[in-house]
Design a protein around this ligand. Sequence first.
Ligand code: PMP
Length: 416
Amino acid sequence: MAGGVNSNFRLNISPTPLVFERGEGPYLYDVDGNKLIDYYLGMGPMILGHNPAALTAAVKTQIDSGILFAGQTAVEAEAARLVCEMVPSAERMRFGSSGSEVDQAALRVARAATGRQKVIKFEGHYHGWFDNVLWSTAPGLDAAGPYEAPKAVAGSKGQLADTAETLVVLPWNDLDLLEARLAKGDIAAVIMEAAMCNAGAVHPAAGYLEGVREACTRHGTILVFDEVITGFRLAPGGAQERFGVSPDLSTFGKAIANGFPVAAIAGRADLLDLFSTGGVVHGGTYNSQPIAMAATVATLKALQPSLYAGIDKTGTRLMSGMREIFQRAGVKASVEGFPQVFHVAFGLEEPATNYRDLARMDKQAYVAFTTALLRRGVRALERGAWFMSSEHDDAVIGQTLDVVEDAVRQIKADGA
Ligand code: PMP
């Protein structure tokens, strides 16, 4: 395997990439016998924790019926019905296999519907690893250009350079700049994480999403919420439910199937119908794979409002407990976001409002912190957010806070 891993986002993990044997609830067990409290949670999907019994049972039953049919099944119809019931803007939907793919589907539909080519995306927002969107996801501030008119910074070598010509990069949470650019009338779609989660978990400013919604409607632009992280995580109906703003299209992945490779695009019927009657192509051998659909049904049925209320409590306790520890130790760090997904930013005291704020955090000190946590049995992403599950109960949060306190003591002693 190139680099010993199968995703670049698993490369260069400090002190070393780990090899895992099994997961159970909030815990992961590696091949060396270490037990870790897991806040990676598969990079977001495992909102029910590892190996939830009802999901595992559903998958075991489904597998006895066969593996792949290239036709329709009752289980995919049930999964689709649940998505349409839970997601406020979902009049129609389609399943896909990864967030990257369904984001492509959304942009293609938006271009077909508007006859326009250009798309607005925001600095620090991630919409998959494909050429036309892997721009300015984590640019260095020295290369990012002026705030008002950020440069499109390529995320990868080998990327088709001319895809930047169909992309306009803007700072998020700034309605005036968006409004001014939309007014030219040539934008097919605005795509955004409705609450920014990849670079760090940042709330939309008061009135921002409503303003974006209104401006997109006025300028004939399709509004796409990329809810690959926020979907089924911030609320049963995702960020659009939590903030009460309805996009034209939204995309889902991760928590939709608690770890199975499932994604979805949902939204206005007239837009989704372009796939069936409007000449817009969307395909995928593994779309609505029956075993993954059984996992989807089991996951979505488990995502009751009480589950979010529970994580509201435990996540809030973890966030405020960490803030207190940093304060007591005199460590300058902010803990911001949502109880379901939040970030820890060393060197920042004020809540971030956009990518440029977050990019000023002390990344080296944060990696020293996550490394110290890992050595004490707590696994948190060294780039990005902490994810919570329903299995992280009060006892687990208490253990985590003890570990955080000890890790902070050590990094202070090391002078980091
Ligand atoms: N959009 C967002 C907001 C994401 O966080 C991700 C994955 N981190 C993607 C799209 C891409 O999803 P996938 O990795 O399943 O292709």
